[in-house]
Design a protein around this ligand. Structure first.
Ligand SMILES: [Fe+2]
Length: 176
């Protein structure tokens, strides 16, 4: 009997746990040396820093800014997961017929199996507190095996998903 061979020994639950721990480490200041000077994140471009890397998994901190989507993409042969530290994200996932939207707020988690195609972007926070509404949107992402490539997609005139290009990259979520 044929059986699918998983590309990694880690499960989505393992990746979710790693992003949760990574988020806690960022909040505890354990990665302060990797943050931009003064802890001030760029406001015009997405920013990222690799928190950890080994043969099995990459862990990234990403800062998101308005109006900079990732474009529809997959993660090639890698599983993925994320935990939102602060702010909010919008995800538009291809579900085979169209784009399904979900909002991910601080504390929310998501995992991405193989074949997951999505577009991710900063979302305005819904909090009425201006002190937290103006803060950056930060998320920690894990990929296993570590990212090596991504493909990009568009939705064609007939409503089908069409791959437009594939790139070799070890950077997360659309070449932050
Ligand atoms: Fe992604």
């Amino acid at each position: 009997m044929l059986s699918a061979v998983a590309p990694t020994s880690l499960r989505p639950a393992d990746l979710l746990r790693l992003t949760d721990q990574g988020a806690a480490d960022v909040l505890d200041g354990r990665h302060d040396a990797l943050l931009p000077p003064g802890g001030v994140f760029p406001t015009g471009e997405r920013w990222c820093a690799r928190l950890h890397s080994d043969d099995l998994v990459d862990l990234w901190l990403i800062s998101w800014v308005p109006d900079k989507s990732t474009e529809l993409h997959d993660h090639a042969g890698s599983l993925g997961a994320l935990t939102v530290l602060s702010g909010s994200l919008s995800e538009y996932r291809w579900n085979g017929e169209g784009l399904h939207h979900r909002r991910l707020d601080a504390g929310d988690q998501a995992s991405f199996p193989l074949g997951w195609v999505h577009d991710v972007t900063h979302a305005p926070t819904s909090t009425p507190d201006p002190a937290t509404a103006s803060g950056p949107t930060l998320s920690v992402h894990a990929y296993s095996p570590p990212l090596t490539a991504m493909s990009y997609y568009e939705i064609g005139e007939r409503g089908a998903l069409r791959r437009t290009r594939s790139v070799l990259t070890d950077l997360p979520e659309g070449d932050a």
